[in-house]
Write a protein that binds this ligand. Sequence first.
Ligand code: GYE
Length: 334
Amino acid sequence: MRKMRTQSAPWRAAAVLASVLLVGSVAACGNSDTGDGGTKDDGKITMGFSQVGAESGWRTANTTSIKDAATAAGIELKFDDAQQKQENQIKAIRNYIQQKVDVIAFSPVVESGWDTVLKEAKDAGIPVILTDRSVDSADKSLYKTFLGSDFVKEGRLAGEWLVEQKKTASGPVNIVELQGTTGAAPANDRKKGFAEAIATNPNLKVIASQTGDFTRAGGKQVMEQFLKANPKIDVLFAHNDDMGLGALEAITAAGKVPGKDITIITVDAVKDGMQALADGKFNFIAECSPLLGPQLMDLAKKVHAGEEVPVRIETEETTFTSEQAKEALPNRKY
Ligand code: GYE
């Protein structure tokens, strides 16, 4: 697993404050033998986990990490794949509440619309851990902690690299953007970070931006439309590797050379993306680590024991150029 770090002082202060405020609800999280199908208090922690779906290589690696880590930690995992639908996630969370699991963890497909179901979990005394993606709930007491990446930073790193590459460009640089799932935190935040970074050079312009739903098929289809509608595309920024990989097919079919005629920047750094980068088809990747399982299980144990946890735990990440991808590929686990 990659090294993780906890957040800086303000986060820790917030964590302390939150834990003081929440001490009552943490104490209520242990289960007893309910006699109605609920979990027995046999010392074993049961976690209900609602996963976004299976839309990308990142997601597959994330699911494997969570399942493996649960087994290693001796945590009983109830797992549900929501197929990228919020309604399925809400249903799964309600099921977990009914089953009286010890901890609920989930990766919210979109940011908004979670207050009601999170309140239901809180009222049932079941602690919730957000992993990978966050929610926009104003009431931070609805969940214990959020473990995941800084998506704004990933977008910014992608944008800053491009600014550096194009600093001598004398004319307009036309950028197209493949966004992740509409309303998802990584789509909103990567777009924001990238836009902020490229704003420093007025030559850099996003001429088209649409969702490809984080999938290869979506990336291919939307890139085809971009290519038809825009005779001059200099750069593609895809919010994940999979959409970038789908776009490669569209670019090649249009008679252009990916990585040369069109500079391609993506996020994630899964194996297939890193291979494309090493092959010179992609030009730059901002890493997003999916290996959240071990730390999630650790947090579940702590939260279940009523221990204090930081309200935000950020994943540590890096970036890759083609040369760096060549070096890193042989040891890449996912
Ligand atoms: O970048 C993408 C996946 O939420 C960070 O979801 C995750 C994103 C990841 O589908 O590939």
